[in-house]
Design a protein around this ligand. Structure first.
Ligand SMILES: C[S@@+](CC[C@H](N)C(=O)[O-])C[C@H]1O[C@@H](n2cnc3c(N)ncnc32)[C@H](O)[C@@H]1O
Length: 221
């Protein structure tokens, strides 16, 4: 696990594969419409609830960075993908915000038990290979009164759209670097023993496959 301060250079030993590099490069541009269509406001509303020692998992290119409140005890950002992390590092440097950057996947977090007050996950649980392991890790690192703040696109309630999500899961996963458009993240949270306060929303101006969203707070029981 590589640990870096904002000023340090990102670990270049491991490289993203070709399409993942292209995806990272065009990520912010591809998300522009979706951010205008309400995602930016959802991020702002969600992250205003962050407090204490805060860990963001799958921080990507740093689209959440601008929305963290001042006064957090610590901000730790993580992402296992070098091309994403390089962009996150640059945004972090430009922001001047003190934060630590970790090279880590959600399935194995290099942090102590009960050491985090807030875990943030936006559009990430769709992508992790082993969501059960990721949720177990999140529950492990959270303090007993800790919170998981999340926005995720999820399996549709509409049977018709859910069928299309199933049919197109493989090509979408190849296109979106591992994203599963048909993942039922609310059910996974319940199965992992989280109590949730989630609302359903729609990700306007984005492809129908990823429009159904859940957003809110979850706490391990
Ligand atoms: C769709 S992007 C979301 C980025 C950012 N959270 C956002 O809201 O824009 C998914 C991110 O999850 C990261 N990721 C992939 N596998 C992961 C894993 N096992 N654990 C944590 N993050 C992962 C990817 O590198 C990517 O940055």
């Amino acid at each position: 696990v590589a640990l870096a301060n904002t000023s340090a250079t990102v670990d270049a030993a491991r490289e993203s594969h070709g399409w993942a590099r292209v995806f990272a490069r065009f990520y912010d541009a591809a998300f522009t419409l979706g951010e205008w269509g309400g995602m930016r406001a959802m991020r702002e509303r969600l992250l205003s609830q962050a407090r204490g020692r805060t860990l963001e998992i799958g921080g990507g290119t740093g689209l959440n960075l601008a929305h963290y409140p001042d006064g957090l005890a610590e901000l730790i950002l993580s992402d296992p993908e070098p091309a994403m992390r390089a962009r996150l590092q640059r945004k972090l440097d430009r922001s001047g915000r003190p934060a630590r950057l970790l090279d880590a996947g959600a399935e194995l977090l290099p942090l102590g038990d009960c050491s985090i007050d807030t875990v943030v996950c936006t559009l990430v649980l769709c992508t992790v290979d082993d969501p059960q392991a990721a949720l177990a890790e999140i529950a492990r690192v959270l303090r007993p009164d800790g919170q998981l703040l999340l926005i995720e696109h999820v399996r549709a309630h509409s049977p018709r759209l859910a069928r299309w999500q199933d049919r197109l899961e493989r090509p979408w996963r190849a296109f979106a670097v591992g994203c599963r458009c048909n993942r039922d993240t609310a059910a996974l949270l319940a199965a992992a023993g989280f109590e949730t306060e989630l609302r359903h929303a729609r990700w306007r101006l984005m492809p129908p496959l990823v429009r159904p969203l859940i957003a809110g707070r979850a706490r391990p029981r």
